[in-house]
Design a protein around this ligand. Sequence first.
Ligand code: 1CP
Length: 350
Amino acid sequence: MNDIFLKACRGERVPHTPVWIMRQAGRYLKQYQQVRKTVDFLTLCKTPELAAKVTIQPIDALGVDAAILFSDILIPVEAMGLGLKFSEKIGPQFSNPVRDSAGLKKLRIPDPENDLGFVMETIRILRRELAGRVPLIGFAGAPFTTSTYMIEGGTSKNFLNTKRMMFQNPKLYAAIMDKITQALTEYLKGQIAAGAQALQLFDSWGGALSPADFKIYALPYVKEIIKNLRKWQIQEKKQPVPIIYFVGECAGVLEDIKDSGADVAGIDWRISIDAAIKRLGSKISVQGNLDPCALFLPKEKIQERVKDVLTKAKGARGHIFNLGHGILPETPVESAVAVVEAVHKYSGGK
Ligand code: 1CP
């Protein structure tokens, strides 16, 4: 069993730095495109055998140290009753964005097995098929990032509808966030029960909030999820699974990430990892943080940048190598392979 990733999450000694890549299953892989030719994105997410297949593709192609469940942060939102569509050009769109108390009342708390059974089944298939080769990461969007899609109705640049609601109707925003927090807690419990061995909360748009607003509108809900998951795991006598909290543009809120209760802070590339580690302290591991565009450099330069991140991360309690955000669809696959090889080679491993 390759449990190097789990050990690094917990801050234990490892023979080499583990590496995985955010969005490692996706369009930059020919094998993924082949599957996507036959089914649309949502059908792929909802067909456990296919979702499991594309989850394993990057393990074979890149040799990464962890698998991440193939799904999307918007899948549980659809199950809350929002009517999701994906289009190639516009991206995700919800037909029923939540803008008022009537919208709030209609929100459902999905039952993981009854409403999102296809995700749970994908996890069960993956644990069988991976058979200990690498650990499986489950995930969800963090409540703030999830709320932006629910309130905007899709992708957004400045999150005006979300922030307007926060500032003009804070009670409504808090009530929506409570519902999201409850729904995501149940969803993540379901993933652990089905076999997820670690969890990542994606707060991709967290950096759009001022640090003061992050403390009010994002952090408390993340803390609540983590606290409730831990309580439940103790009650159920389950081994605690490591929790990674990734925040895009995190530099303004590192002290909050440190206080979130997460085992690992996922950081983007806009801050040097040694500066981030100083502020995060020695009670939390760190994940990151190569610029996804560095994969468009020649191989030797990629290796230099990998070495640089590894050297700067030496003072961390534990380090999991990753990009600072998702891999881009245009990325040459050889560059992703070069990153994984360089991490293994230069961190003292095989
Ligand atoms: O095949 C396709 O064309 C669909 C592209 C695609 C893929 C491959 C989308 C649409 N989602 C995914 C998979 C996905 N999404 C994973 C799979 C596991 C892996 O990492 O390999 C994960 C973890 C996500 C998470 C996700 N979805 C996030 C958080 C991570 C991040 O990159 O910030 C977000 C913000 C989404 C929303 C989303 N999904 C897809 C799109 C086009 C969008 C919108 C992005 C935006 O608003 O700009």
